[in-house]
Ligand binder design. Structure first.
Ligand SMILES: [Zn+2]
Length: 198
């Protein structure tokens, strides 16, 4: 794969305000899992099953404090603006799912197809599996292009498998083709950095 043709990460820039999706402010601990999702927490590692939570429905009370087109929340979801959604629709860019949050913002979620990496040679390490749910508590290192098991088609934005995990839950990362990255770059989406997959 030529260097310039490598897939590109869609990277949220640092955001001044922290927004939350499955958690809420808590005067004692800073944040806590929203009460409506507490039963989806693993009793051991305390992670919430994100897919089950989203299937259940997103809270009506979510407020996204932002003015940018692409941002990460404190619980590592990616949130996109109406402009981003409309742009992808107009350009025919697919591969992800969307879940409406507010009148201005939508969650960008893994779709039916993913960018699959070989977990052994991908370059990242998966540490401290939970004895109860099996999810890893941490992912360290960076995914490398050599570990990607198939090329990324044009006009898709794909989440990755295996997924990145933090102690809190899944970190949503998205990849796109070099050609689609160029289109997104030309649109000057606020809050979005585009970095090669090395
Ligand atoms: Zn667990």
């Amino acid at each position: 794969m030529a260097g310039s043709d490598k897939p590109r990460w869609l990277v949220p820039k640092d955001h001044r305000t922290t927004n939350w999706i499955l958690r809420e402010d808590d005067p004692v601990n800073g944040t806590r899992v929203r009460t409506e999702y507490e039963d989806l927490q693993c009793p051991q590692c305390l992670k919430v099953d994100e897919d089950q939570a989203i299937l259940r429905g997103l809270p009506k009370s979510i407020v996204i404090r932002s003015t940018v087109d692409y941002l990460s929340t404190g619980d590592d979801f990616i949130v996109v603006s109406n402009r981003f959604v409309d742009f992808c629709e107009a350009e025919g860019i697919v591969g992800f799912r969307l879940a409406r949050l507010t009148d201005k913002y939508t969650l960008l979620l893994p779709g039916g197809s993913l960018a699959i990496f070989d977990p052994i040679s991908c370059g990242a390490e998966f540490l401290r599996p939970c004895k109860t749910c099996g999810r890893f508590r941490e992912t360290v290192g960076l995914f490398a292009a050599d570990g990607l098991l198939h090329p990324i088609a044009e006009k898709v934005i794909l989440s990755i498998a295996p997924s990145m995990e933090s102690t809190r839950g899944r970190s949503c990362w998205f990849l796109t083709s070099c050609a689609t990255a160029k289109i997104l770059k030309s649109a000057k989406m606020k809050g979005l950095d585009i970095d090669p997959l090395y």
